[in-house]
Every structure is written in C-alpha cells, then in structure tokens.
Write a protein that binds this ligand. Structure first.
Ligand SMILES: [Zn+2]
Length: 91
C-alpha cells in the first residue's frame, strides 16, 4: 500500500491511516488535488483533497484569493478520479 516516493509535506500523520483501510483510494492512486474556479472572484485555485476522507465529501473552504467561503463537493469515481464542484456558500 505504501510507495517509497511519497512526499508528505502535506500529509498528516494523525488519524488518516485508519481511513485508508476502509477506503482503498487513500493509497495514493486517487486525486489529491484539483483546480477549481472560485464562484466569487473567478480565479483558478488549486485545492488539496483528502482521498482518505471518503468517496463523497462536502465541506466548507475559504478561497485563497478573496477569502469568501465555498461549499466544496467532492465525488470520487472508482478509478480514483475526483469530481470537484465549488459553489458559493453565501446567502
Ligand atoms: Zn475567490
């Protein structure tokens, strides 16, 4: 499951190891980042994903550029490809 060439500057050694067993995409084959367009400022922003978090994730993240809150929706396919949708959280 572990590769030798992992670079884990962003990897959190905390509790994510347990999740890997339930969700095999956590072994590094799944997309771990995505580029999205901010619904507020329109900038293309690269965000970090957490494949160990499950096949479907919804969370809130602030835009790095304009600091507005996004609702991020991540859906992993069986091939590990992430479909990421970002919508404005406001209103
Ligand atoms: Zn923005």
């Amino acid at each position: 499951m572990r590769s030798n060439d992992e670079n884990d500057e962003l990897y959190d050694d905390g509790d994510s190891e347990e999740l890997d067993e339930e969700f095999p995409l956590g072994d590094g084959t799944a997309d771990a980042e995505a580029t999205v367009s901010c619904p507020y400022c329109g900038e293309a922003v690269e965000i970090t994903l957490d494949p160990g978090g499950g096949t479907h994730q919804d969370y809130v993240e602030d835009c790095e550029v304009c600091c507005q809150p996004w609702r991020v929706s991540v859906q992993y396919g069986l091939d590990g490809e992430a479909q990421v949708e970002v919508t404005a959280l406001g209103e």
